[in-house]
Each structure stands twice: as C-alpha cells, then as structure tokens.
Ligand binder design. Structure first.
Ligand code: ADP
Ligand code: MG
Length: 630
C-alpha cells in the first residue's frame, strides 16, 4: 500500500479502517514504538483524508454558492408568483362579486319568468274568455243578420206595396188635374159674365156719388150752426168751472181743519196716555206647565183693577198673605191678544214721535219670551213684538197721506256687560260703543247695524237672524235659559207731508235676562259671572227708575250698559211698559215675591209728563193747549 499510489483509489472508509487498525495494534503493543513505516503510512493516510476533505469542502462551497444563487432565483420567482397570486385574488373577488350580481339577476329573471308564466296563464284564460265572447258575439251577429234579413225582406214587401199605392195615387191626381182644368175654364166664363155686371154697377155708383155731393153741401150748412151752439156751451162751462173752484177751496180749508183736528187728537191721545201714567206695570201669571201640581199655587186672588194676592205656602192665614197692586194683572187664562190690547196705544205714540220702552221682567221660565215673542209664528200665538210691529205698519199705512214714515231696526244683546250687535255677521268681534246723548239721527248705538224695513215680515226675518246669534247658557233652572238682555229697537222717522216737520220715535222691545238670584240657579264659574252681571244690571234699572221718581238731580244711568242704552227711553221723555212675569208654583214663592217687590217699587213711580221729540215750531203751542185741556 505504501509503495503504490493505490491510496488514491482507496475509499475513505477503508482508509479510516486502516487508521483504526494501526491504532488498535499500537494499543495492543502497549506503549511499543510505532515503526516509521506505520507513521509514514498514517501521515499519508491523514494527508489523503485532508486532501479529500479539502476537495469536499471546496465542492460543498461551490454547491453552496450554486444553491444560494438558485435560492435567490427562487425567491424572486416566489415574489413574482406572490404578486401574481395577489392579482389573481383581486380578480377572484371581482369574479365572485360578478357571480353574485349574476346570481341576483338570475333570480330576478327567474321571478320575471314566473310572472310572465303567470301572465301567460292569465292571458291564455283571457284569450279563452275573449274567444268565448267572440263566439257568443258571432252567434249574436248571426241572429242579428238573420233578423236583419227578415226585416229587409219585410221592407221590400212593404216598398212594393207602397209603390203600388203610389201608382194608384198618381193616377188619381192626374184625374184631379183634368177635373180642375175643366173647372178653370168654367170659372173663366163666369168671370167674364161678372165683369159685365160690375160695369153696370159702376154706372149706378156714379149716379149715387152725384146725389151724395148734394147731401154734403147740406151738411156743411148745418155744421156751421152746430159750431155756434158749441161756443155758447163753452161759455156756460167756464162759469160752472169757476163755481167748482170756489167749492174746492172750501174743501181744502176743510182738509186743513182735518190736519188741525188730527194734531189735536194726537195731543188728546197723549194726554190720555199721560193720565194713565208714563210707566205702566202689567203683571202676567204663567199657567202651570204640563206635569206641574195645579193644586199648590201661590196665587190667591186676582182683582179686576190690578190687585194680586199672594199667599205664603209655609204660613197660614192673613200673616202669610201679601197684596200687590199694578196697572193690570193678567191671569194664566189671558190670551196673547188680551195681553197686547192695552199696549196698542203706545204704538201710536211711537208714530207721534215718542220713545217707548217695553220690558219683560221675571225669573227664567216665567214666560218672558212667551209674552214678547210668542211660542210660534202663527198669528194667534204672536207675542207683543210681532203685534206691535204689525200695528206700527198698519197705522203708518193709514196715515200715508199725512205723514211719510221711514222705519229702521237694530237688534243688540247685553251679555256680561258687553253690548253686541245681533244683526252683524261678526257678532263675536264687534263690541259696540254707547253714545251718552243720542246722535242727530236718534241713534244711541250708531255702530250697531241698522236695517231699513217696509213690513212686519222684514222685521221677522231680521229677528230670526238676531235670535240665532243670541248667547244662551245652561243653568239648573232652564237648560236653554237666556243669560243676556235682548233689545230690539224700531226707529221711526215721520215727515209731515204738508209742513215738512220731522218727528222721531223709537220703540225698544226688551226681553230681559232671568231675574233669579244666584243661589237659585246653582251657578259657579262662568255661570256665576253671568248671573252677577245680570243682577247688577237689573238692580241698576230699578235704581234709575227710582231716582227719576224721586226727581233726584243725579240719575245713575251709567251704572250699567242696559240703562245707558235705554237712557233716552227711561224718564221724562218716554213711556215705559213693564210686563212682570211670575210663576204660580209654590217652589217659586220667594222668587215671585222678590220679582213683585221690584215691580212694586217701579210701578209706584210717577215719571212726569212725556215730551214728544217734535222739532216743529208748533211744539210750544201744543204744550200750551195741553195745559188748557188739563
Ligand atoms: P222665559 O223667557 O221667562 O225664560 P219662557 O217664555 O221660555 O220663559 O217660558 C217658559 C215655558 O213656559 C215655555 O215652555 C213656555 O211655552 C211656557 N209658557 C210661558 N208662558 C205661557 C203662557 N202664558 N201660556 C202657556 N205657556 C206658557
Ligand atoms: Mg226667555
């Protein structure tokens, strides 16, 4: 082995076994010296192994560099692949989205397909229906065609018949024409004969004309004699006319006297009214209403001349009785006409230029509205309002040759001390001002709507509007009881046709609010406020009349809107009539007594002579004459 170069060819494994063998052998010899050839061999083997290791190491290094370059190549490839992979991911996402959209569209298309299939089914049905209809229509058409043909056949038959008839008629006409031709010839011959006759008559007429001319000449002569007779007649008529003129003058004088007598009559009439007192109080007892106990009444006795005896249901004998006296007391049997009969003269006074005020006073439910307006619009039921207006227009019509009258109407209510126009469309907004001294046209409420009227029915129409606008509230006594004063004012302006002097009068028709005391109506809140306003204004009315009676220098008109509005119709210048309404039932005893006490205070008053609002020059003279008559 040491001489050959066979080390090159030996495998590394065998070299290592050689070394191991040498080492093992040397160990066995135990510290025996290693011969030179063995050391040499070992050195050679080790060198060989070193060489091989070097070669291997070199090889491995080369391999490493190759691997590194490959690795780099692979890394770059991997990067490129990653980029590619990322790109593909995005594309994938887009494709997924696209796929989603496509899916949705597909489902929509499927739905549409379903719908269209349904439509197709429906259309097929409709088509079947239409085909059925077409079939039925075809049948109908065939029937119609058949009918039409039949009719056509009938028409043809008829036209043939008509043609035949026409042919016969044409023949008849031809015959007629022939006959009429013959007649024309006959007429021509008769005409010739007649013209000969006329010629003869003309000759006769000429002769007659000649004789007539002679007759006219005679007539001319006689007309001349008639003319002279006419002249004589005219002279006679002239004399008679002048006689008539003097007679007429006498008549005119008589008419003048009539005017004077009429004026005197008015004065006398007013005098009579004055003697009866310028404030009159009539009491009216309301009948029991259906369902009320007629046995228990507080009315004991009603006298002929206005006595009224009231008995207290809780006290027996004379202690429980109280007597009142008024101008008149109407029992529960009195009719609407009876109640009005004594009011009538006051209506004449209005036309004579006086202010008149008619009130209805009493607790709610005592018949105020019944007396003033009546329960219905039938003539029998008419209340004082309607009857007064009717009389007013009747009298003004009778006087039309002497006076020309203009009549106007206002209607207001006083609610919670506010004056409201009942004839205005805007009742709620409009609150009216009151003029303390009336305007030249006689209006105390110049802003309230004033409607000219020509007849009772005009006024009734206006009153209907006014009543609808009236404020009504509820109380324990009467659900629809009215809690406001309503005032209908009729203004009358009369012009004396002869002298031109003007007189003004006005008539107030007042339906007062219920006079009951607050406790009685169990009111609270708004109702209590209403009741307090009503109590205040009614006592102000009593105070005004009382002050006038006492001839006090100060009359408290300003204490309430009611007395302010009626100022010119309360007191010396006016006539006042109050209907005091009472209930007959025992429960109303205390209200009845307080109502009657109020009325007693009012009726015991002498308000002095009324003065007419005449502005004519003869007013002084009239007053003097009245004094004489007194
Ligand atoms: P007021 O206006 O005082 O509240 P009403 O006039 O409304 O009272 O009358 C109350 C009720 O009594 C109504 O049903 C009315 O018809 C009736 N009444 C009033 N007076 C009479 C009368 N004289 N005759 C018959 N019924 C009457
Ligand atoms: Mg009423």
């Amino acid at each position: 082995m040491m001489h050959s170069n066979s080390l090159d060819n030996a495998s590394t494994q065998s070299l290592l076994t050689v070394i191991n063998g040498i080492l093992d052998e040397s160990i066995e010899r135990k510290k025996g010296e290693i011969p030179h050839r063995v050391v040499y061999l070992l050195r050679k083997v080790v060198q060989e192994i070193e060489r091989r290791l070097c070669i291997q190491a070199e090889h491995i290094r080369n391999q490493n560099t190759i691997i590194k370059t490959r690795e780099e190549k692979y890394l770059s490839k991997i990067k490129a692949l990653q980029v590619l992979v990322n790109g593909t991911n995005e594309e994938n996402q887009m494709t997924v989205n696209l796929l989603q959209v496509v899916k949705e569209e597909k489902s929509q298309i499927e739905e549409r397909q379903k719908l269209s299939e349904q439509n197709v089914v429906r259309l097929i049905k409709e088509k079947e229906n239409a085909e059925n209809m077409i079939a039925s229509l075809k049948e109908e058409m065939e029937v119609m065609n058949r009918l039409h043909k039949q009719q056509l056949d009938q028409f043809e038959i008829k036209t043939k018949q008509m043609e035949e008839k026409l042919a016969t008629k044409v023949k008849e006409f031809e015959l007629h024409v022939l006959r009429s031709n013959m007649k024309i010839e006959e007429v021509e011959t008769t005409y010739q004969q007649k013209s000969q006759l006329w010629n003869k008559k003309e000759n006769i007429f000429h002769n007659y004309m000649n004789s007539q001319q002679l007759y006219v000449k005679g007539l001319n002569i006689s007309s001349r004699s008639i003319k002279s007779d006419m002249y004589a007649f005219q002279m006679k008529w002239r004399d008679e006319m002048s006689n008539l003129g003097s007679n007429l003058k006498c008549l005119v004088d008589a008419a003048d006297n009539y005017h004077k007598v009429l004026a005197e009559n008015q004065k006398l009439f007013n005098e009579v009214q004055e003697l009866r007192g310028n404030i009159r109080v009539y009491c009216r007892v309301r009948p029991f209403l259906p369902g009320q106990d007629k046995q228990s009444t507080t009315i004991d006795y009603i006298g002929e001349s206005g006595e009224l005896l009231i008995s207290n249901p809780l006290k027996q004998g004379k202690d429980g009785q109280r007597m009142f006296k008024f101008n008149k007391v109407f029992s529960s049997f009195a009719s609407q006409a009876d109640v009005f009969s004594d009011t009538q003269p006051l209506i004449r006074s209005v036309l004579d230029g006086f202010n008149v005020c008619i009130f209805a006073y009493g607790q709610t439910g005592s018949g105020k509205t019944y007396t003033m307006s009546g329960p219905s619009t039938s003539k029998k039921d008419w209340g004082v309002n309607y009857r007064a207006l009717n009389d007013l227009f009747d009298i003004s019509l009778n006087r039309r040759n002497i006076f020309s009258y203009e009549v106007g109407v206002q209607m207001v209510e006083i609610y919670n001390e506010q004056v409201r126009d009942l004839l205005s469309n805007k009742v709620a907004q409009k609150r009216l001002g009151i003029w303390s001294t009336s305007q030249p046209n006689g209006l105390v409420l110049p802003d309230a709507s004033l409607y000219p009227v020509k007849s009772t029915s005009d006024v009734l129409d206006l009153m209907e509007i006014g009543l609808a606008n009236r404020a009504v509230g509820a109380t324990a006594l009467n659900e629809r009881s009215s809690r406001s004063h309503s005032i209908l004012t009729v203004h009358v302006r009369g012009v004396d046709v002869k002298t031109g002097s003007i007189s003004r009068g006005c008539l107030h028709l007042v339906d007062l609010a219920g006079s009951e005391r607050v406790e009685r109506s169990e009111a609270t809140g708004d109702r209590l406020k209403e009741a307090q306003h009503i109590n205040k204004s009614l006592s102000a009315l009593g105070d005004v009349i009382f002050a006038l009676a006492q001839k006090n220098a100060h009359v408290p008109y300003r204490n309430s809107k009611l007395t302010q509005v009626l100022q010119s119709s309360l007191g010396g210048q006016a006539k006042t009539l109050m209907f005091v309404q009472i209930n007959p039932d025992v429960e109303s005893y205390s209200e009845t007594i307080s109502t009657l006490k109020f009325a007693e205070r009012v009726s015991g008053v002498e308000l002095g002579a009324a003065r007419s609002n005449k502005d004519g020059k003869d007013i002084k003279e009239l007053l003097e004459q009245i004094a004489c008559i007194k």
